[in-house]
Design a protein. Structure first.
Length: 195
């Protein structure tokens, strides 16, 4: 295992399609309407992998129409930025969050952390200083969401069963432009070279 974070390619750039894990940051319009962002992600995916057929269904992750050993794909959008992760070694999850406005979120952190991130993370966040608490929450949230996406699990409340179910995933922080926090997760047993 390596301690360095995975490299994030800022598009346009040159991605090596033979790489085991490719993570691409794509600038998108600064709006919550995602039509343009989704199209840009699809265009980048085709630029990297060639003219591949994409399977897209509302509420479902984007997939490739490849029968044998398709790479794992995960996408996350925020106003102004989208992330695309391609993992040849198996499932992958990527999540992105624009650092929330502290006054609007501060009162919700304890509730969200307790409900979704578990008692240990909730305790850690409860003792964090307010300026850092929102950033720590965003990091914990994106790591959690990346693990969920890696396993294809919907967002559900924390439980010891969920903690055990997510244990095979390893999440790592991503280095992103100011104002954004993100993470990528892959299976520990995948023998992936990226981590």
């Amino acid at each position: 295992m390596r301690d360095r974070p995975p490299v994030v390619l800022h598009w346009p750039g040159i991605a090596d399609p033979a790489q085991d894990l490719i993570i691409v940051a794509i600038e998108t319009p600064k709006t919550t309407i995602r039509d343009v962002a989704r199209q840009r992600v699809r265009d980048v995916l085709r630029d990297i992998l060639g003219d591949v057929e994409l399977i897209s269904s509302p509420g479902q992750p984007l997939r490739l129409a490849i029968r044998d050993n398709p790479p794992g794909i995960s996408v996350s959008h925020e106003a102004g930025l989208s992330l695309l992760a391609i993992h040849r070694g198996g499932p992958v999850g990527v999540d992105l969050l624009r650092v929330p406005n502290a006054p609007n979120w501060q009162s919700q952190i304890a509730i969200l952390a307790d409900d979704y991130l578990g008692p240990y993370v909730a305790q850690q966040l409860s003792v964090a200083a307010q300026p850092e608490q929102i950033v720590q929450f965003a990091q914990a949230w994106t790591e959690h969401e990346a693990r969920l996406k890696c396993l294809g699990v919907p967002l559900i409340e924390w439980s010891p069963h969920l903690k055990a179910r997510l244990a095979p995933c390893r999440a790592q922080r991503l280095t992103l432009p100011d104002g954004y926090i993100g993470a990528v997760a892959t299976l520990k047993s995948a023998g992936n070279r990226a981590f």
